[in-house]
Ligand binder design. Structure first.
Ligand SMILES: Nc1nc2c(ncn2[C@@H]2O[C@H](COP(=O)(O)OP(=O)(O)OP(=O)(O)O)[C@@H](O)[C@H]2O)c(=O)[nH]1
Length: 341
């Protein structure tokens, strides 16, 4: 790496059609004027960027619709172009990037590009995935569209929009369901985009060393179950629901310190043999020979390099792991996860 500047933080903003992404983005732009915006437009003629308020930072459009492989191909040159143009002064400098996906995009190929392409990964740092959820239509969308379920499952921050239009019962039921799809991701209520950007953008999900607080948040929920050979406990989430039934979340803790080699080979087996079935892996591990915890992240088939935290966030030093699966047979999932023990 021949560049000296710290990597530029990137946030991926996703959420179903009309769930309030652009409204939120406009609010961020007002407070963070030196933000570069990348929009992934659906259709031949982009419209969303016209709904954006004036910003001092550059705006780039990813054309080619919302087909994820197309986006994956265009995101990388777009980021390079922004970086080089700012470096040679042909566009204003920017200190952060927000990528807004279309409402029906699968965000995982974009995450893949940000983390796995070397040129990009050495200059940009994915801070997290923010998913907007319409408090009025959210349940209906989760019922009808697997994309909406996936967007929720991979989120690091869950933003409930239009809470002014929904009843408290509606919001409560939606949150219960969303919490089962993605246990541990912090939830934030928003009306018309009004929110402190720091609460949303500083997820640091992929750089946990900078933020033990963040780890603490997804460990706090008390939903972890012990893993013991022959007594595996998995949470099957929404009984009888035809769509969510395809998504399961496994939250487990392991009492004994673990061997890294065993963990790595179990995780690797999980994501490489079942890449289409794994949506998200998050874990804080107590490894043999280490005094501080190690955090691991995976999104689909990608396993990110483990990061050691400077300290345990609390007294509880058990390893904890969240695995969110899609269409993965329960028995297979349990067998793979049991190999951690
Ligand atoms: N009442 C109310 N309206 C909202 C809120 N957030 C967004 N809206 C409205 O919902 C509509 C859709 O919001 P957008 O921000 O365009 O949604 P989007 O997710 O960018 O939409 P797509 O780009 O089509 O996916 C707009 O009319 C917004 O004004 C909110 O919190 N309360």
């Amino acid at each position: 790496m021949n560049q000296t500047k710290p990597p530029i933080p990137v946030t991926l903003l996703t959420g179903f059609l009309g769930s309030g992404k652009t409204t939120l983005l406009n609010h961020f732009i007002r407070q963070l004027p030196h933000t570069a915006i990348i929009m992934n437009e659906f259709g031949e003629v982009g419209l969303d960027h016209k709904l954006l308020e004036k910003t001092q930072g550059p705006i780039a459009l990813l054309s080619g619709g919302c087909v994820c492989c197309t986006v994956q191909g265009t995101l990388s040159p777009t980021l390079k172009n922004l970086f080089m143009s700012a470096a040679n002064g042909s566009i204003p400098n920017f200190d952060r990037v927000i990528i807004e996906t279309t409402g029906i995009a699968d965000p995982t190929p974009i995450i893949d590009t940000l983390i796995n392409e070397r040129w990009i990964a050495s200059r940009f740092q994915l801070q997290g995935v923010v998913t907007t959820i319409d408090s009025v239509l959210g349940e209906l969308q989760l019922d009808s569209y697997p994309e909406a379920v996936k967007q929720v499952a991979v989120a690091d921050r869950l933003v409930f929009t239009k809470t002014d239009l929904a009843s408290s019962g509606q919001i409560e039921a939606l949150k219960l369901r969303v919490a089962m799809l993605n246990p541990g991701a912090p939830m934030i209520d928003v009306i018309k985009g009004e929110v402190d950007p720091a609460a949303i953008l500083h997820a640091s999900a992929y750089n946990p060393a900078s933020n033990t607080d963040n780890v603490q948040k997804w460990l706090d929920n008390g939903h972890f179950k012990p893993i013991k050979r022959g007594a595996f406990v998995a949470t099957k989430l929404i009984p009888g629901d035809a769509h969510d039934d395809r998504i399961r979340s496994y939250s487990l803790f392991i009492e004994e310190p673990l061997e890294w080699d065993n963990v790595y080979s179990a995780l690797n087996k999980l994501v490489s043999t079942r890449s289409k079935n794994i949506l998200r892996v998050k874990g804080i591990l107590n490894l043999k020979g280490k005094n501080t915890p190690t955090v691991i992240h995976g999104v689909q088939h990608i396993l990110y390099p483990p990061v050691e935290l400077p300290a345990w966030p609390d007294e509880d030093h058990r390893s904890r792991l969240v695995v969110i699966t899609y269409d993965l047979d329960k028995n297979i999932a349990e067998e793979l996860l049991e190999s951690f023990n």
